[in-house]
Structure formats: C-alpha cells, structure tokens
Write a protein that binds this ligand. Structure first.
Ligand SMILES: [Zn+2]
Length: 457
C-alpha cells in the first residue's frame, strides 16, 4: 500500500467529505485518507495550531484558534506586516481529544506554541520555515517585525485538538498578502501557504534548501543540534507549559505533550529480534522515509490494533522515535510482549504488508511452538514459518491473506536485498536467523503449505 503525497488541487482544502472522515474517526493531521482516483491518497488536513492557541482578531483582541469560524474576522497581513481585518474563508480542525503525532513544541520569550510538523512560521528575515525544520536560535517574527529567538524546539505526541484557518482559499501572491497571522505573539503563515508549499506551487518564499534541512528529532538533526529536542522543555521562568504526562497514564482530558524520549521503550537484552543486531546495523544504512512520516506510523498502529483483536493477551509496543531497524518479542513477568521500532517501519522497502509479516513473526515467537530458544520462545526459522502460515491466516481472511502475503513477501525480499524466490538455499540455520534467501523461501512455503524448508532450522 503506497502512500504518496497528494496535490493541493486533488485534495481540495475545502473537501467536506475528507474532513468528515477525519473528524468522525478522530484521526490526527497527516493521517492518509484514500480516495479511488489516480492521484493517490489525501491526508487529514494539516498545518494546525493546538487548541488554545491565541490568534489576534482585532486591536488587542485575541481568540483561541478553535473558536475562529468561517465568516468571523481576524487580523492578517502580508510580508509587509501591515495588519488589517480579514474575513476567515476557511476553518477546520481535528476532534478535541485526538493524539497528534510529530507535534513540534517550541518555546520563545515566556511562551510556547504546539503545532503540527508542517505548520509554517515567518522568520525575521522574511523567509518561511516549517516547524519541523526549526532550530534553537532561529528568529521568529513579532507582529511588528522584531526578531524573537527560539529558545527550545521539541518533538513528541500531543493529546489535544488541532485547528487551522485561512483568510482566503486562493493561492497566496508573492507577498503572501492576507495569509500571515499573529499566533501567540509570533507570525505564522495560514493553511493555504502550507498547502501551496506541499504541492510545490509556492516555494520561493521558503528559506534556501528547505527540503534538505534535517527534521526535528531525526538522527541527522540530533547529530547536528543535540538531543534536547527529544526531551520535554526544561522549566523556563514565567512559562506555563502544558502538562507533561508519562506514557500510559490514564487520559486526564487535559492537553498533554509527551516528548519523544518519554515514549522510549527499554527492550530486555534477552528479547528476540526480527533480525540479528549485526543485520540491524547494516539495515540502518539503507534509505529511510522521513523521520516524521505520518503514513508509516498510521499503518503500524493500525496493524498492532488489528493483531490485538486476534491475539489480545499480548502487550504491543510501537516506539516510533527509536531508529533501530528491528522488532522484538519477549516475556516479562509472565506477560507476552511484541515491539516494533521506528527504524523498521521507516525502511523504504517495507510498507503495511511487510510490517504485517514482521509483526506475525514476533507473535509466532510466542505461539509457534518447537523448536524453541531457551525460555520457550520459538526459534527464528520456526517463527518465520508459523507467522506466515498460521498467525497471518488467522488475522487476514481469505483473499486478504493472499494479497497481504504476496505483497509482504515481495517487500521482505527488498528488505533483505534478495530475489523474491520460493527456492530454498542449502544449509541449516539452527535456532538463529536464517539467511535472507532462506527466509523468503520459508514465507513462500508457508503460503503454499509445503512444509518448512531445511535451511530454516
Ligand atoms: Zn525473531
């Protein structure tokens, strides 16, 4: 299932049906919404400000973003920062309680803003920059044009509604006339500017090489600017931050930002990986999707919730912030666990179907029977075979099973860098990870029900 970026013209910002799907299902911004046409899926609309963000609507008059409706008035400007009243032509948002992945939280002066990754800010030099490219020291702009340095930049999940507005639906002119807003004391571009950037129609106003800048939280960003972005902001005098709750705390109903490092898992050393540590190191060098790719996160969460229907006694984990290309199964205090790590789902070769095979392999460690590792979890070759033969047949009915395994095996061949061939090589891996060609042959044998090949141990 390939998820491509859609064009602005295809996914009209005012499409009420797409909006209804997103809101009625409580989907976060960036979630893929497929329509049956050749242009690829749309996404739940983006470029949003968290509920509660004050936006200037008149002289010394502010309103929170979620209460600004179509037909109401806001103060807006162009690059000249001459502010005047404009009528809002467009106003949309997510449900109030959805969890928004890849939220960027920035602090400046004694304030903060929580925005989706693709929210656009005006910098003091009059260029534009997406929130997920900001660094400490970037200068945002006050409504009168004076620079406001960014004090800290963080990425995580935020449980809150997100909302966006635009003063006009038409493409912005070169001066972005009427498309700039005062959002909690700094100037943001409206939703139309973001859409026109995503579709490639208006990029000249963005800072040079914008696309090549590392994404907040990614390995490249951390290497260049340190890992503060993965943690919650430190206390800043006078700054009232949203509550920072720990993972797994019951939903308090309050907006809560959970920094990337606060959802990190610790995987026991005796957990069984989908690939060996050495192979994971090698796979780490392969091309990856963007660190904040919403589609890869969405299909992994879908898969885990789907497998949970059939194997409810397992505790499922998804650590999207971890760049390790692997997945794990283990038993701790009598509880069965399965974990999928972000580096695996971002691997270019894998999509929903490939990650489905990986998840089935991890479940098969728990249910696949002998031969087993010490401690009763099934051996690697056995987990490959039982996962595709039995676990996936249970989770995917009839033709869905054949479609899922056909595509999944093809993706796994790309992942291991081997031919998609049912012919098993020689040798015997024992209980350890078989070679890639053997694993592909094992998956084919599991679909054809021809018995586990000898190479798989
Ligand atoms: Zn394994």
């Amino acid at each position: 299932m390939a998820i491509r970026q859609c064009s602005a013209a295809h996914c009209s910002i005012a499409d009420p049906e797409i909006y209804a799907v997103c809101v009625q299902n409580g989907l976060p911004a960036g979630y893929p919404v497929l329509t049956k046409d050749p242009n690829g899926p749309c996404t739940c609309s983006c470029s949003c400000l968290a509920f509660g963000t004050p936006v200037q609507i008149g002289n010394n008059d502010f309103e929170v973003i979620e209460k600004i409706e179509t037909g109401s008035k806001v103060l807006a400007a162009g690059l000249d920062l001459q502010w005047s009243e404009h009528v809002v032509e467009f106003s949309q948002g997510t449900a109030g309680s959805s969890t928004q992945p890849y939220t960027v939280l920035i602090t400046y002066e004694d304030r903060f803003l929580a925005v989706t990754s693709d929210h656009v800010f005006l910098l003091a030099d009059k260029s534009l920059k997406r929130a997920d490219r900001l660094i400490v020291g970037d200068e945002l702009t006050s409504p009168d044009g004076s620079p406001i340095p960014v004090r800290s930049v963080h990425i995580g999940e935020y449980t809150a509604g997100f909302h966006h507005i635009a003063t006009r639906k038409a493409l912005p002119d070169e001066q972005l006339s009427g498309h700039l807003l005062n959002t909690n004391g700094v100037v943001s571009a409206d939703y139309v500017v973001q859409i026109s950037y995503a579709s490639g129609e208006r990029r000249s106003q963005f800072i040079a090489n914008h696309d090549e800048l590392p994404v907040v939280g990614s390995p490249e960003y951390v290497a260049a600017y340190g890992d503060d972005c993965l943690n919650a902001p430190a206390n800043i005098a006078g700054l009232t931050l949203p509550s920072f709750i720990a993972r797994d705390m019951p939903d308090s109903g309050q907006p809560a930002f959970v920094a990337a490092n606060n959802i990190r898992l610790s995987i026991p050393v005796d957990a069984h990986g989908f690939v060996s540590d050495e192979e994971a190191e090698r796979l780490a060098q392969d091309p990856k999707r963007a660190w904040n790719d919403p589609a890869a996160k969405a299909w992994t969460e879908y898969l885990l919730s789907h497998y949970k229907i059939f194997f409810p006694e397992v505790t499922y984990h998804f650590d999207w912030a971890d760049n390790t290309v692997n997945a794990y199964a283990w038993v701790q205090n009598g509880v069965r666990n399965v974990a999928i790590l972000g580096g695996l789902v971002r691997h270019m070769a894998l999509e929903l179907e490939g990650v489905s095979i990986v998840t089935a392999h991890e479940l098969a460690h728990h249910y696949g029977g002998p031969p087993t590792h010490p401690g009763s979890l099934s051996c690697e070759g056995q987990s490959d075979y039982y996962g595709v033969r039995t676990i996936m047949r249970r989770a995917w009915f009839g033709q869905y099973y054949l479609d899922m395994t056909d595509r999944g095996i093809a993706q796994m061949a790309g992942f291991f860098g081997v031919a998609n061939s049912p012919t098993a090589p020689g040798g015997n891996a024992g209980c350890t990870h078989p070679a890639g060609a053997c694993r592909i042959a094992t998956y084919h044998a599991a679909v054809s029900l021809t018995g586990k090949p000898g190479c798989a141990g």
